[in-house]
Design a protein around this ligand. Structure first.
Ligand code: C2E
Ligand code: CA
Ligand code: CA
Ligand code: CA
Length: 278
C-alpha cells in the first residue's frame, strides 16, 4: 500500500511537471510567435433575425504554430493572458481587424459592426486606449463601426477606473457589449452601472434550450430584460433552425452560430455580407 501511495505521488508530480513544461513551452512559442504570420483572424457573421442579413462580424483569433499545430483559442488565450503576451497579440488583432473591416465598409456595408474580444489583461494595460485609437486611425475605420466585447471578469479587475475607461471608449463612439452573459459571476447591477449597448447570451444557453423548460425561460427572460434596458441582444451558438425560430418568436435581435456560418477567413466574408439567411 505504501508503495502504491508512493507511485501515485510520483505519478502526480510527473503529471504536474509535464503540465508545467507544456505551459512553459507554449509560453515560449507564444512569445516567439508575436510579429510572425502564425496568427490570423477568422470572422463569423452576426445575423439580424428579422431581415436575415449579416449586420456585423466577430473577429476570432487563430494560432497555427509549426511545433504545436493549430492551437484552439480556449487553450492559448488564457496562457497568453497569464504571461502578458496577450497585450501584443490583442494589439495586432485590433489593427488587422479594423483594416479588414474598413474594406468591407468601403465596399458598401456602411453600418457593418466589427466585434473584437478584449481580454482583462489587455484592458488593464496602460496602453490599451492608445492601441484602440491607433488601430482606428491607421485603418480609417469609424469608431461607430467598432464594438468591443468585454467579459464580466474584466469588470472585476483591479483597475479602479474601469468606469472611466469604458466611458472614454463610449465617448469616442465605440460600442460595448457584455460577452458570455449568464456565465461566471453575472451581476445584474453591471448592466445598470456600465455603458453597454449589447448583451451576448452565452452559447451554453442554446444547448438544450428547446428541451429544457428552465433554460427556455432563462433565455426568454434575458432577452426581455435586455430589451427593456434598451440593449441589443445577440444569441451565440445558434446551430439549428428550431433554435432560430424560438429566438425569433421571443424577439431576440441578432443571432450568431454555425447555422449561418462557421468563422471563416477574411477573404470569404464579402459574399456572406451579401446573402440573406432564410
Ligand atoms: P467567444 O468570444 O465566446 O467566441 C465565440 C466562440 O464560439 C468562438 O470559438 C466560435 O467559433 C464559437 N462558436 C460560434 N458559433 C458556434 C456554434 O454554433 N456552435 C459552437 N459549438 N461554437 C460556436 P473560438 O473561435 O474557438 O474562440 C473561443 C474563445 O476564445 C472566444 O469565445 C473568446 O473568449 C476567445 N477569443 C477568440 N479570439 C479572441 C481574441 O482575439 N482576443 C481575445 N481576448 N479572446 C479571443
Ligand atoms: Ca466574443
Ligand atoms: Ca461569447
Ligand atoms: Ca464563450
Amino acid at each position: 500500500a505504501k508503495l502504491a501511495g508512493r507511485n501515485r505521488f510520483c505519478f502526480f508530480t510527473s503529471r504536474m511537471n509535464e503540465e508545467a513544461e507544456a505551459r512553459l513551452r507554449m509560453e515560449g512559442e507564444l512569445r516567439r510567435a508575436v510579429g510572425t504570420d502564425q496568427f490570423h483572424l477568422a470572422y463569423q457573421p452576426l445575423v439580424d433575425v428579422k431581415s436575415g442579413r449579416a449586420v456585423g462580424v466577430e473577429a476570432l483569433l487563430r494560432w497555427s504554430n509549426p511545433e504545436l499545430g493549430n492551437v484552439p483559442p480556449d487553450r492559448f488565450i488564457p496562457q497568453a493572458e497569464t504571461c502578458g503576451v496577450i497585450v501584443a497579440i490583442g494589439r495586432m488583432v485590433l489593427e488587422t481587424a479594423c483594416r479588414d473591416a474598413r474594406r468591407w465598409v468601403d465596399a458598401g456595408h456602411a453600418d457593418l459592426r466589427l466585434c473584437i474580444n478584449v481580454s482583462p489583461r489587455q484592458f488593464q494595460d496602460a496602453g490599451f486606449l492608445g492601441h484602440v485609437r491607433a488601430a482606428l486611425a491607421a485603418s480609417g475605420l469609424s469608431p461607430a463601426n467598432l464594438e468591443l466585447e468585454i467579459t464580466e471578469g474584466l469588470l472585476l479587475t483591479e483597475r479602479g477606473d474601469v468606469d472611466v475607461l469604458l466611458r472614454a471608449l463610449t465617448d469616442m463612439g465605440i460600442q460595448l457589449s457584455i460577452d458570455d452573459f449568464g456565465t461566471g459571476y453575472s451581476s445584474l447591477s453591471y448592466l445598470e452601472r456600465f455603458p453597454f449597448d449589447t448583451l451576448k447570451i452565452d452559447r451554453s444557453f442554446m444547448i438544450g434550450m428547446l428541451e429544457r423548460q428552465e433554460r427556455k425561460v432563462l433565455v426568454e427572460t434575458i432577452v426581455a430584460m435586455a430589451s427593456g434596458l434598451g440593449l441589443k441582444v445577440i444569441a451565440e451558438g445558434v446551430e439549428t433552425v428550431e433554435q432560430l425560430a424560438h429566438l425569433t418568436a421571443i424577439n431576440c435581435d441578432i443571432a450568431q452560430g454555425y447555422l449561418f456560418s462557421r468563422p471563416v477567413p477574411a477573404t470569404e466574408i464579402p459574399p456572406l455580407l451579401e446573402r440573406v439567411y432564410r
